[in-house]
Design a protein around this ligand. Structure first.
Ligand code: PMV
Length: 287
């Protein structure tokens, strides 16, 4: 049998979300797929030529152990496929945990709890956004105080490209903290401006107005550049995407590398990124 779970993308509001402001997130449909066959709990990830059979001190095996111990003794083996780049800020580890949890029969609060435990092994101190979006699907507005509030909207086609550089969530979060010390007034104004963009963007996705969403993404990217969480590769990808007809483009997640998202004219944007040497794929945000 097949079990699936979504990845995630932050459409607007990364970094300011750390300081209590809202972020608009969306699910990347079917980011991870797990196939089960009768067995005894062996986990295979053929893309990584990895087989987890029994206890091991590898983080992934410990994360899997957290899920297994909540699910009892499985009479199944699992084969897992990632349909997303991993380690790129697209929620692949949370999707992995949710798909495995589902394959082992977990649901509801038990599934969420197992996914959070797995994410804690992999990330240390996760906010919980990734696994929450992975389970819920669709769009949502996330705040640290209230968690995820679902938002009704039509499926949103997105193009995602990778800078080829690892994202630097930790370093960039630290730089924003420094800037907040050095130039508090300016940084707080930018956070407030980004919060307004999250509101505009949420309204735009609810109405299916991708032009307005794209405009909000472009403005958000300018604030992220001023907050020093962008990098030349991200800015080049944004320029290439806009030249190819994207309504908007911006970094997603921690920045400093990692992925760029664009909305509008996806085939032309994907083609332009590929020609410029960036890895790219198209995805649909939906429930
Ligand atoms: O790079 P990711 O997908 O882990 O996203 C980081 C998002 C930040 O807002 C920069 C940090 C956070 O914890 O929310």
């Amino acid at each position: 049998m097949q079990h699936k779970a979504h990845g995630k993308v932050i459409l607007l509001g990364e970094h300011s979300v750390v300081y209590g402001h809202p972020a608009l997130a969306g699910a990347l449909a079917d980011g991870v797929i797990v196939e089960t066959t009768p067995g005894r709990g062996i986990l295979r990830i053929p893309q990584w030529e990895l087989v987890i059979d029994g206890d091991s001190d590898v983080a992934l095996a410990r994360a899997y152990g957290e899920i297994r111990k909540r699910a009892g003794e499985p009479a199944l083996d699992l084969a897992l496929t990632f349909n997303l780049p991993t380690g790129a800020g697209l929620g692949s580890s949370a999707a992995m945990a949710v798909a495995i949890g589902r394959a082992l029969g977990l649901q509801g609060a038990a599934l969420a709890e197992a996914a959070m435990a797995s994410e804690t092994v992999i990330h240390g101190k996760p906010s919980g956004l990734d696994h929450t979006v992975s389970i819920a699907g669709g769009f949502g507005i996330f705040t640290r105080a209230a968690g995820l509030m679902p938002l009704r909207a039509q499926p949103l086609p997105l193009v995602i490209g990778h800078t080829g550089k690892a994202r630097d969530t930790k370093g960039r979060v630290a730089r924003v903290a420094e800037l907040l010390n050095e130039r508090a007034g300016e940084v707080r104004e930018r956070f407030a401006a980004i919060e307004a963009l999250v509101g505009r963007g949420a309204d735009a996705v609810a109405r299916g107005s991708y032009g307005e969403l794209g405009a909000a993404m472009n403005e958000n990217q300018r604030h992220l550049e001023a907050l020093e969480v962008s990098c030349p590769e991200i800015e080049r990808m944004c320029a290439v995407a806009r030249d190819a007809g994207a309504f908007g483009a911006k970094l997603t997640g921690g920045g400093g590398g990692g992925c760029v998202i664009a909305v509008g004219n996806d085939a032309a944007v994907a083609d332009a990124w590929r020609k410029a040497g960036f890895q790219t794929f198209t995805a649909v945000v939906r429930a």
